[in-house]
Design a protein around this ligand. Structure first.
Ligand code: MN
Length: 739
């Protein structure tokens, strides 16, 4: 048995020597022995020593992909970390950190589990595997591993056969295709079909076998015809050969075109491989001259390469016996790329063609980082799958793949699932472990979110932590909706400090200027609170708002400076020292607002204060400071609200008052003749002007209510009027209404 293993190993070395004589054979042997010893007595399902599997995978990597020494070593070791006691450290120490990373990378891919999903999920899974591979060699070794497992699938249970075949068909064959590895793709597809639809597969294979002699004869004849004609035309060194198409490609045509096997259009494909691109088009002309081309079947993939950089001319023609066949025409170089895809890169390197050639492989370039100017070895080491560098792919606990921006956190994940999940998230687990919400998700992570009905909702920090615009906008929506009051307070603070910082003005000054307030309304906010709320939830920045108000604020500042100059003329020479006379305290409408001059003041309608009343000031939504009586029920109620705490101002009556103040009184009286005359007399006797009067009955037994709007000089006059009214016969009550 050991002798048999040694022979297999020697065969592997021979293959490697065939294309890379300077390979690191010492390390390759060491890897083989390490794998052999570590897998020990483990057996494969067919009873052979387990190490035959890594040997076979290494053989595929050498034979069919011709990869470098590190890839061979990684292929030999690919199951040691997963299936034996070997560790990353051990492999890194014995071989190299790169080899250890490759092996670890293959193991990680092995751990990804697949379930049947819709196409979009499958595409995400494929991208995830590619993104997880980081180094392209990881996915190449993994595909070789899968190919060997598929080749030896007959020893597995039928359930396992189906499952692995499904994965191969849905995941690995498309990846091989994407990397341009047509040959491996076909084999993977055929092997999968064998287990997924054994009857369909068998029908095709046996038909091909039964007619093999006939097909061979036909193909040889066509080969000969084409070969002879090319020679005549001076294209002597062309390689011509025919083949029947591979079973899965025939199967798919039967299936998608709903045809029986006999009706499948083209079973045969011929290849003409030439030296120069120009020859390709010459050959095409010759073929079309020899056989009748079928319309609509010509494709120029040389002029327009496929996304995976496949290049060829395709045409389908009718042969002598009315049998259609496809002809693919390409150069040797194109052929290598068609067969081996990205792996062809190594062939060119070893075939002595310069790295400069690579610049033509745009698609390879897209896969690579910092390729230009790098030398060959460095170049291979820098091979990375960076197609998905800006994305990360993670699993839900149900196995769905979620695609998030790179750097995404559990917060992004939660909001991707649903805004309700994000809003009620209390903690997150990644691969079964609780992580912080700032944790950056890695490809292949399984993410689980714990929610709670009593969760407080997102915190504002989350806006900084989340990477996806989806999560951020959902968090902002939440704040907009749930935290209006808090947003107003926060927005006001932010706006106020930005005003100070950028313009050097206070909030109160700004709010007292009608021009600025009008501009705020034009910014499509109904009032100042709406604007604060928008700033608070992050819908707009305070910097932006201040920027838009800049002109108004500058105008306001300028105006104030002008006013000040008018009020305080520059004293004439010689300067005399004047005695300090206490200035009369004055203010807008007879109200002093603490710390503010000239601010817009209005008297609240609910309690209509008059001079002498204890008062409070409140910054309103866009109309300056509203003055209330201190005992106004609205004041008493609103003072309880913590979110309004920042909006109360100390105000007082000035020495200099207006001529009169508007207020209202309410009189409840039993209606009688001349009641209104007596009431009017009371007002005129006290020189009180009536601005409005509204009478309405309240009860059936003759009581009525009079609401009277009046103008008084101050509280003293008001008190006098009210006393006078109370003395009128029939008047039950005189009050100042509030609320
Ligand atoms: Mn394996």
């Amino acid at each position: 048995m050991l002798a048999d293993l040694e022979k297999r190993y020697q065969d592997l070395e021979d293959v490697i020597r065939g294309y890379n004589p300077s390979a690191n054979f010492a390390q390759i042997r060491q890897a083989y022995e390490f794998a052999r010893d570590n897998h020990g007595t483990q057996l494969r399902k067919d009873g052979s020593p387990f190490v035959t599997h890594p040997l076979a995978v290494a053989r595929i990597v050498a034979d069919e992909l011709r990869l470098d020494s590190e890839s061979i070593v990684a292929a030999l070791l690919h199951d040691t970390i997963e299936d034996t006691g070997a560790t990353h450290e051990q492999v890194a120490k014995m071989f190299s950190p790169t080899v250890a990373d490759l092996v670890e990378g293959v193991s990680k891919l092995t751990r990804v589990h697949y379930t049947s999903k819709e196409e979009e999920q499958m595409e995400n899974l494929r991208k995830m595997l590619l993104a997880m591979s980081k180094d392209i060699r990881v996915i190449l070794v993994k595909i070789a591993d899968r190919l060997h497992n598929m080749r030896t699938m007959e020893y597995q249970t039928p359930a396992k056969q189906k499952q692995k075949s499904f994965e191969t068909m849905e995941i690995y064959a498309p990846i091989a295709h994407r990397l341009g590895m047509q040959k491996m793709k076909w084999e993977l597809e055929d092997l999968s079909l064998k287990y997924l639809d054994p009857i369909g597969y068998q029908e095709i294979v046996s038909t091909l076998e039964n007619n093999a002699a006939e097909y061979e004869a036909f193909m040889e004849e066509v080969d000969r015809q084409i070969g002879a004609r090319l020679k005549e035309s001076g294209i002597a060194d062309a390689v011509v050969y025919g083949r029947t198409k591979h079973p899965y490609s025939i199967y798919r045509k039967m299936y998608t075109q709903n045809k029986r096997l006999d009706d499948v259009f083209d079973l045969f494909a011929f290849r003409v491989i030439v030296e120069e691109v120009a020859d390709c088009y010459n050959v095409l002309g010759i073929i079309h001259d020899m056989y009748k081309p079928i319309l609509g079947r010509f494709k120029d993939y040389i002029g327009t390469p496929k996304p995976n950089m496949y290049q060829s001319l395709h045409t389908t023609v009718l042969g002598d016996h009315g049998i259609p066949f496809e002809v693919q025409i390409r150069t040797h170089e194109m052929h290598e790329v068609a067969e081996y895809g990205i792996a062809a890169h190594w062939k060119y390197k070893n075939g002595g063609r310069g790295i400069g050639e690579e610049s033509r492989y745009e698609w390879v370039r897209r896969l690579l980082e910092n390729q230009e100017g790098a030398d060959a070895e460095e170049y291979i080491h820098s091979l990375k799958v960076d197609m998905f560098a800006d994305e990360v792919f993670v699993f839900t606990p149900q196995g769905d793949v979620i695609n998030l921006p790179a750097g995404a956190t559990p917060i992004d994940f939660a909001y991707y699932i649903h805004s309700a999940v994000g809003n009620s998230m209390v903690s997150a687990k990644v691969n079964g472990r609780i992580v912080q919400l700032t944790h950056r998700l890695q490809n292949g992570d399984v993410v689980e979110i714990t929610t709670s009905k009593s969760a407080h909702g997102p915190s504002r920090d989350w806006l900084k932590i989340a990477r996806s615009s989806n999560a951020r906008s959902k968090i902002r929506q939440w704040f907009k909706r749930e935290k209006r009051d808090e947003n107003i307070v926060n927005g006001r603070q932010s706006f106020e400090s930005e005003l100070k910082r950028a313009m050097g003005v206070s909030l109160k000054e700004v709010l007292s200027d009608e021009g600025v307030l009008n501009t705020i309304k034009r910014l499509s906010y109904n009032n100042v609170d709406d604007m604060y709320a928008a700033i608070g939830y992050g819908g707009i920045t305070s910097q932006k708002v201040v920027g838009r108000l800049r002109e108004d604020i500058q105008r306001m500042i300028h105006q104030k400076q002008m006013e000040r100059q008018e009020e305080e003329p520059v004293p004439e020479q010689p300067e005399v020292i004047r005695p300090v006379i206490p200035q009369r305290r004055s203010g807008e409408k007879g109200i002093i607002v603490e710390g503010l001059n000239n601010c817009l003041v209005k008297f609240s309608k609910c309690c209509a204060p008059v001079p002498g009343d204890p008062i409070e000031g409140f910054i309103t939504r866009g109309y300056g400071v509203s003055i209330h009586r201190a005992d106004c029920p609205n004041v008493l109620r609103d003072k309880e609200k913590p979110e309004l705490a920042g909006r109360w101002l100390r105000v007082s009556w000035a020495d200099k008052l207006e001529e009169s103040y508007h207020t209202t009184i309410q009189i409840v009286a039993r209606d009688r003749n001349n009641l209104l005359v007596d009431v009017s007399t009371a007002f005129s006797a006290t020189k009180t002007r009536i601005t409005s009067l509204n009478a309405r009955p309240v009860t059936v037994d003759g009581f009525g209510v009079l609401d009277v709007g009046i103008e008084v000089e101050d509280g003293q006059q008001l008190k006098t009027v009210m006393n006078r009214l109370e003395q009128i016969p029939g008047v039950m009550k005189v009050t100042r209404p509030t609320g």
